[in-house]
Design a protein around this ligand. Structure first.
Ligand code: GDG
Length: 479
């Protein structure tokens, strides 16, 4: 954290994202503050807590307007205010077209190769541009008295913001971080406004992706669609006098937030299993927003195949799936939610007896304080994404294992698999490989588990979210 402060000097950090880190919602007469589920918030809230600054985001909670001041600001987190959250208000229509429409029915499936067809509508694009202007204006207002402010724009919802800021404030140092994969030029070219998106992004001085592969795809895409000078050696793009550097910054978690010690793990395991009302000897865990990219169905089918193939584990192995509903106004999300429940029910019906249940599906939002104990006692954690920019659940699980045990089963299509070579790597399209990975994890000897976990822990401990931020800011200020 100290290194970030050194890099920042006397500068404040300005961060923009669609999702807010704290959301106020009504609960009867009271107002409750929750941390929305999602990787961006998990990663960036500790950073803002450590270095103060202003985070600008969409106020989506039904009580958000009731708690802000006249400038739409509030200090957060409520229990220990350490930075400013400024809320941007969107109308229902804007949210529908900019967020659900263009961002999540268009760009999200476009960038993830999961064979869900992206939908691009002219009216969504118009609203996307307007809302990007709204965010840019909120930021411009905020930085009017700052000299060469440092601005971190987050994610695919705000692709046009970098240029909108740069045009008005050429002195601003702008980084854009893209949290999801970047596809090849053929795929990106499906978007009717591919050029406009690229031009908007190239207002940034620095564009970050999780891994080199996405950077390569991005440069290829720019090369295909725009007149520009690309320096392939330094990974920079020059267009109309503006230079943009493109670099990988693999995102991570705040290791210390997950790594507190559990005194008696065996006791905790017994307690948690009892609370679930089931009988089991081995526990697996999964934590996801319910999203078709996360491969939750494939994971359940893998568990079914595992129990068919290795029946000695029937009655012994239970998988606990935390599933937080997400983007439920979109048809594919409602469908995947129903499908996940249906498949879990079907598999449970097939194998359950007395108090045994192979899949415990905990649908709904759960605070991290409920999830982390399961990370700590689980015999294995499963991340089976069909495609995923990074995946922070994998890193949270590792950070939680101060006992240096537990096995991570990880999809080869998650960015995290490029770093976590000691996980059991699987192809989620190959159900057999998931089944065998579960078997291998449950029968792996303690020494091997420890050796793998130890290596992955020392990696995550060092390459934590503070290191990510320091690297990003250092690259930005040195450009
Ligand atoms: C995007 C990219 C990239 C999940 N359910 C609950 C809950 N979660 C938390 C997890 C974790 C986060 O949400 C999910 O992070 P991921 O990284 O797995 O995925 P995305 O939300 O898709 O994030 C991803 C990330 O951005 C960062 O760049 O890694 O590739 O898709 O922190 O713990 N948290 C709570 N309740 C839940 O029910 N509290």
């Amino acid at each position: 954290k100290e290194f970030i402060r050194i890099e920042l000097g006397d500068k404040k950090l300005f961060l923009l994202s669609n999702r807010e880190p704290y959301m106020h919602i009504k609960e009867g007469e009271n107002i409750k503050c929750v941390v929305p589920a999602g990787g961006l918030v998990t990663a960036l809230d500790p950073v803002m807590k450590a270095c103060d600054g202003v985070w600008i985001a969409h106020g989506a909670g039904d009580a958000d307007r009731e708690v802000v001041d006249r400038e739409d600001k509030i200090r957060v987190p409520p229990e220990k205010p350490s930075y400013t959250l400024k809320r941007v208000w969107l109308t229902k229509e804007e949210e529908k077209k900019y967020y659900y429409g263009f961002s999540n029915e268009g760009l999200w499936p476009l960038c993830h190769i999961t064979y869900v067809r992206p939908v691009f509508r002219k009216e969504d694009w118009i609203e996307y541009q307007r809302v990007n202007e709204k965010f840019a204006n909120a930021l411009l207002d905020e930085i009017k008295d700052e000299d060469s402010p440092l601005v971190l724009v987050q994610d695919y919802h705000l692709a046009l913001v970098p240029l909108l800021i740069k045009q008005k404030r050429p002195d601003a140092k702008i980084a854009l971080f893209w949290h999801i994969p970047w596809p090849n030029p053929e795929v990106f070219g499906i978007c009717p406004w591919a050029r406009e998106i690229l031009i908007g992004m190239l207002g940034a001085d620095l564009i970050g992706f999780h891994i080199q592969f996405y950077c390569n795809n991005f440069l290829d895409t720019v090369d295909r669609f725009l007149e520009s000078k690309i320096d392939w050696e330094h990974f920079s793009i020059e267009r109309r006098g503006q230079i943009t550097t493109v670099k990988p910054f693999p995102i991570s978690v705040s290791f210390e937030d997950f790594s507190d010690n559990v005194e008696n793990k065996a006791k905790l395991k017994v307690k948690l299993i009892k609370e679930l009302g089931i009988k089991a000897e081995y526990i697996g865990v999964g934590v996801d927003r319910i999203d078709y990219t996360k491969g939750i169905l494939e994971r359940f089918l893998g568990i079914e195949r595992f129990l068919e193939k290795y029946p000695q584990f029937i009655g012994k192995f239970s998988f606990v799936q935390f599933g937080s509903p997400s983007r439920t106004h979109i048809k594919q999300y409602r469908e995947i939610m129903d499908a996940v429940e249906e498949v879990a029910d079907r598999i449970n019906w097939k194998f359950q007896s007395n108090n045994y249940k192979p899949i415990v599906f905990l649908k709904g939002y759960h605070p991290h304080s409920k999830i982390i104990p399961f990370y700590k006692i689980a015999d294995l954690c499963m991340v089976t994404s069909l495609h995923d920019g990074m995946n922070l659940v994998a890193k949270e699980f590792i950070a939680s294992r101060e006992d240096e045990s537990g096995v991570l089963i990880l999809s080869q299509f998650a960015g995290a698999s490029r770093e976590l070579k000691d996980a059991v790597i699987i192809n989620p399209y190959d159900i057999e490989s998931i089944a065998d990975a579960i078997y291998d994890a449950l029968t792996m000897d303690e020494d091997e588990k420890m050796e793998r976990m130890r290596k992955m822990r020392s990696f995550i401990q060092e390459r934590n979210i503070y290191r990510w931020t320091r690297d990003l800011i250092a690259s930005l200020v040195r450009l």
